[in-house]
Each structure stands twice: as C-alpha cells, then as structure tokens.
Design a protein around this ligand. Structure first.
Ligand code: 26W
Length: 683
C-alpha cells in the first residue's frame, strides 16, 4: 500500500498474472504452479540468502546459526512462503480471475517429508521461526531421493511404499555446482614427513553438490537457506573399483532417509550419510567465514553449529580435523574453537536411539576422524581423572570409546558448550539420571530449551477460520507476537466469542469429516467428540492403551443397554518403523476394531474409529484444527517433549495426558479444565 493509501500490486506479480494466465486451463494448473514457484523461488532466492548472509555477517556482530540435522520435515512450502511474503491473497485473487482455484494448485505440491517425526519437524519449525525473527540461520541436511516411506493400509496392515517426492521436481531448490566439495571415505592415513601433514591415500571421493531452498521469513527482509547436499561421482574416481559399482555406492548415500540398520552394510551407509553432510556443511561455513574474516581464530565467535541429536556429531572431530590438518592450528586452540562452536540437543533417552558406532566400522570408513576421536577421548580421560580424583567407576561410565564402541552422546557432550533437553522434565531426567555423571563433570553445560512450534503454519495458515476469529477478537498483532494470544483470556466467559469459536471448530471438523469420507469411505458425525491421537506408533506412546479403552466402551455398550456414552469418534494416525513388529500389530488391531465398531448398528451412533493412513505434515494441518480431544498418554518419563500436544492445544483441543514431556509445563499454564492429567505423578 503506497503513501496515499491505495493498494499497488507488485509489478512483477501483476505482469506475471497478465502474461502467464490468460492462456491457461485448469488442466495446466501444474505448469502454473511450476511457474509460480520458479518465479517466487528465484525471486526469493535473488532477494538474497547467501549474499544477504554475507552482508549480515560483515556488518553486524550477529553470529550465524547453522542447524545441522539429518531430518527436516518441511511439508509443503507454497502456502507458507506466500503467506510469509504476504502475497497469498493477491495470488488467490489473481488465479481466480483466470478460473483457477489456488487450493487445486496447493494439492499438487508433494510434502518434503525428509524426517521420521518430532525431531525432523522441530528442525523445520525452528527454521521458519529463525527466519521470521530475522536471524541469519542456515539448515544443513541431505537431499534424500526418497523421504520417509508413504504408508498404505491394506487389509488393516501397514504397507510401505517409496516416497517419490521429487517426481515432479522440487521447484524450491536451486542447484549450486560451484559450491560443490569432495568428501573422502575408506582412505588410509599416512604421515608425510616432508609436508608434515596427514595424507589420505587411496581415498574414495564423493562429490557433495549443494541444493539450496529458500526459507522465507514472515514480515522480514531475511530469507534464509536450507542447504541439502546431494552425492554425485567425483572426477577423482577410485582406481581399484569398477566405476558402475562406485557410482551405485555414491547414489546409495542419498537414497533413503534411514537405511535398514539390520545389516553392517546398512549401518555403514548410515555412518557415511552422517559424515557426508557434516563434512560438506562445515567446509561451506569455513569458506563463507573466510570471505568475511581474515582467519578462523574467531570462528566460534561468529558461528554456532546446533547439533540436532547425535546424528551430526561427527561435526566435532571433522571441525578439529580441518583446523588441525588443513589450517595447521595447534590442538588446544582448535579444541577451544570447536568446543565453543558446537551445541548439542538431546531428543530422547530411549536406549535404542542413543547411537554407538563400532570402532571397526568407524576406523575403516573414516580413519583420520577416528584418530581424532581417540585423541579427544585420551584428553577427556585426563580431564575426568583430574576432576573426579581418579574415580575409575565414573571414568568407565563416561568414556567416549569403550567396549569397542564410540559413544556419540559422550562425544557430543565433551565437544559442545551447551547440552539441552527439549522439555523441563526431560532436561531434569538428563541432569539427574541419564547424564548425571556428565552434569558433575560439566556443571554449567546442561540446560533446558522446551520445544516450541511455529504458530504461523500450525495456527494462522492451517486454521484460517480460527485465525480470522482471533483477528476480530484480539487484533492481528498475535501473528508477529504470539504471546499476545493471552489476550483471549478476557473472552473466556464471553458467550458470543464462545459461540463463534464453536462454529469455527464445527467448520474445521466438517473439513476433516469430508477428508475421511473421501479417503476412508466412513461417514463420521461432526456432533460427536473428535478424540484424536496422531504420532509415530511406539509402545511408549501407548496407542494400545487408547484402543483398549475403545474396546472397553464397545463391550460395555454391548452387554449393558443402559450404558450409553456421548457420541465419540476416535481418530488415529501413525506410521510404524518398517521393522517394528509390535507397532505394526497395533495398527492392525486399530483397523480391526474399527471394522467391528463402525459396522455394529447397536453402537455405531455412539462410537466410531478411524485410522487415517500416511500421517504426515500436510494431513496434520487438516487434523489439528478439527480435534476436540488431544490424546497425549505416553508412559511417564518416556516422551522427551512432544510437539503435537502443542499444535492441538493451540487449535483449541482439550488434552488428555500423562505427566510427561511438555504436558507438565502445559498443565501449569492452561489449568485443570484444559488438560486432564492421569497416571504417575512422579518418577
Ligand atoms: C517413534 C519413537 C521415536 C523416538 C525417538 C522415533 C525417533 C526418535 C528419535 C531418535 C528422536 C526423536 O525424534 N525424538 C523426539 O523429538 C521431538 C522433538 O524434540 C520430541 O518432541 C519427542 O518427544 C521426541 O520423541
């Protein structure tokens, strides 16, 4: 809107609208989408991410934040980017002028599903928030050919189907071959007396080619970058290996999100993936740092690398390797820089998720990295002995290398300046139990950063009806300052606002009911309570407990005609890890109960069960706004935080939950009539 208050449509969008749309038919909506994204993608891109980044770094003292994560569960970007740019309405109207419904275009975009669940989605939420708060932050990950598998339900069972998210191409990425770097594997390390340097003899090189995606912030000029590394054959091809085999092994690195870890080959591939994106990512940061500063001596003052779980922890020895081997830095200075650059977030205390790598695997794949970890461990042991007055039991518990394995969490803690849990209870468990010894060794390292979500995607954009109600009730500042949602407290007893809220909820339930009818063929009653549990299927998340409750209700109604409940629709969504037999049986059980319950005329007016297949970001955006009840019933002490709990709460659902993860803090904030806590109260 210009100075005299008239709305002036951005010229390029205007010109774009006239040029591109009068020839279009709905059948070519895909091309329209492609053009929008290309135009926006490049336009956004030219707006500056790396160039903007350099300006930001050179003229402000702000650190640049590097988020290293093997998982980014981004979902779709078209709506999010247009909303964050403030051009969604213009685009919607423009397309309508030409008979195109923008929602048809939205449906054409595949989810970028490069993650398993909570940890990957949290990384994506953080990127959206960091950009919107104008931090120069960069994501660093792998450009997987296939994201998390697509779940089909056949005869009640989960079937995994490859996730071909790149089938239509990824319109948001820009390939940057000039920033490609070589990553070395399988070499022998030989000390060269003349040069005084370690040499990687017979190394197998892989070309890491970056693809950059813009991370568009809301109401800011900052557009950050998510860099996804793609493995391609290097010019230096190995002499001792047939090229076709080499090329296939290179292709394998970026094929799948989580290689099958039941074989040595699969586990080695996972370690290869970890080193691949970490080595390439660190080299890029160093190159950018040296474009602005004369040396690496202030590297830790200008860069922070946040390690999302232990998956990227090889960043610590890799940074040491580069500083010591390539920049001839003394070990102590290199260690000071490294251990003041890296920060580690722990997301789970599940034993099976705490990574340990066999020394044999690491030593053969990454010999120089392993040598450096040995030296880190040697010096760490010296520190432990000194601080603990030679407490050998303690030492045996905390060593980085022991029983022929490398304990990645121990390496992460030793090499980071900060270790955070993801909810107060989780961080307390880390400090007082799981990592008690390390809290003794490093009393100031451990802290809590309770998870959050981006309210833009999870409230403003996915629930426009509630967003509009908020705007008319408390004004629009809450979008930029979400803490202003507290203004709603003044309307808690306002029957007009309550009525409007009820209508919004009904509209959103209808949207989900329509989706369920279309995909499951089940009619559900929007006047029934939508009681929803969506998350990965795992014993500790207790989907089994939930479905057992449904079985109880059904059996009670069958034997006792007086026993009738307020009509309830139990909705489940969950993917089970392919090898997790128990979880797959629970999915089958839920679907079997649904078949019985939904088709029994005696009970189907009071009780329905629906299993929504292929739970992911985009379907979650339809589910969260429709919930009346949010099921957060994990075994107390097991759910590090949860983030679905927050998405449901933010859309006005009541929570049934245990005193676990972020539920504890939510209960303190929202009071007992908004969250019903049951089960163990202290561990
Ligand atoms: C399905 C069970 C599961 C548990 C842990 C799958 C994957 C993991 C990863 C190893 C770690 C992870 O994703 N943890 C989740 O991280 C979220 C973001 O911090 C938390 O909200 C979840 O509580 C935690 O389980």
């Amino acid at each position: 809107v210009n100075e005299n208050g008239t709305q002036q449509v951005l010229p390029e969008v205007n010109e774009f609208k006239i040029q591109e749309y009068d020839l279009l038919h709905i059948s070519e909506a895909g091309k329209a989408l492609e053009k929008i994204r290309n135009r926006m993608g490049n336009a956004i891109y030219e707006l500056g991410s790396w160039p903007m980044f350099e300006i930001a770094v050179s003229h402000t003292d702000k650190e640049s934040i590097l988020h290293f994560s093997m998982e980014f569960l981004i979902g779709r970007l078209l709506v999010n980017n247009m909303m964050n740019l403030g051009i969604y309405e213009i685009a919607k109207d423009g397309l309508e002028d030409y008979g195109i419904n923008i929602h048809d275009l939205e449906e054409l975009e595949s989810d970028a599903g490069l993650g398993n669940g909570g940890l990957g989605r949290l990384a994506a939420c953080f990127m959206d928030s960091l950009a919107s708060l104008s931090y120069p932050a960069f994501g660093n990950t792998i450009r997987y050919e296939y994201g998390l598998f697509k779940q089909k339900i056949e005869n009640g069972y989960q079937v995994e189907v490859p996730d071909q998210w790149l089938r239509l191409g990824n319109m948001w990425e820009v390939r940057k071959p000039k920033h490609a770097v070589d990553v070395k594997f399988w070499c022998r390390v030989v000390w060269n007396e003349e040069t005084g340097k370690w040499e990687h003899v017979d190394a197998e090189c892989v070309r890491a080619v970056p693809y950059d995606m813009p991370i568009v912030g809301n109401d800011t000029t900052v557009t950050n970058t998510l860099r996804l590394w793609h493995a391609e054959p290097s010019e230096e091809i190995p002499s001792n290996k047939d090229f076709r085999q080499y090329a296939q092994e290179v292709r394998d690195i970026c094929q799948t999100l989580y290689p099958d870890d039941s074989t040595l080959a699969g586990r080695t591939l996972r370690l290869k993936q970890q080193y691949f994106f970490v080595s390439a990512g660190i080299r890029a940061i160093i190159k950018n740092h040296l474009r602005v500063y004369p040396s690496l001596s202030n590297f830790h003052e200008k860069n922070v690398i946040q390690l999302n779980d232990t998956h990227p922890v090889l960043a610590i020895p890799e940074l040491m390797r580069i500083l010591v081997d390539e920049y001839d830095m003394e070990w102590d200075e290199a260690w000071h820089i490294t251990s003041h650059t890296c920060a580690y977030t722990n997301h789970t205390i599940l034993a099976e998720a705490l990574e340990k790598w066999p020394v044999s695997t690491m030593e053969s794949l990454l010999p120089r990295i392993y040598q450096i970890i040995e030296e880190i461990n040697r010096r760490f042991i010296g520190y432990v002995k000194q601080v603990s007055d030679h407490d050998d039991d303690l030492l045996n518990r905390v060593m980085i290398i022991k029983d022929g394995q490398v304990y990645m969490a121990h390496l992460a803690i030793a090499g980071s300046f900060s270790v955070n849990g993801v909810a107060r209870l989780h961080s307390q468990i880390l400090k007082e139990q799981e990592m008690k010894d390390f809290n003794f060794l490093y009393p100031n390292k451990f802290n809590n950063k309770t998870n959050g979500i981006t309210h833009r995607r999870w409230l403003a954009y996915s629930n426009p009806e509630l967003s509009a109600l908020l705007n008319e009730t408390i004004g629009t500042d809450w979008l930029k300052h979400p803490e202003q949602l507290e203004k709603l407290m003044e309307y808690v007893d306002d029957s007009i606002v309550q009525g409007k809220f009820y209508n919004v909820k009904q509209q959103r339930k209808q949207v989900l009911a329509d989706y369920i009818y279309k995909h499951n063929g089940i009619r559900i009653d929007t006047n029934s309570i939508f009681d929803i549990q969506v998350k990965r299927l795992h014993a500790y998340k207790r989907q089994l407990l939930n479905i057992m409750h449904v079985i109880y209700l059904y059996q009670e109604m069958k034997v006792n005609p007086e026993f009738r409940i307020y009509p309830r629709t139990f909705i489940f969504g969950a993917k089970a890890a392919p090898a997790y037999y128990f979880a797959k049986k629970v999915i089958k059980l839920i679907n079997s109960v649904a078949d019985i319950v939904n088709n029994d005329p005696e009970t189907s007016d009071y009780l329905k069960v629906v299993f929504i297949e292929n739970y992911g970001v985009t379907i979650a955006e339809k589910i969260m706004p429709a919930a009346d009840v949010s099921e957060q019933i994990s075994t107390a002490g097991k759910e590090a935080s949860g983030t679905g709990n927050m998405k449901f709460m933010m859309n006005g659902a009541v929570t049934i939950g245990t005193l676990d993860g972020a539920n504890v803090e939510m209960a303190e904030r929202v009071g007992d009539d908004n969250i019903i806590i049951f089960g163990l109260k202290d561990n």
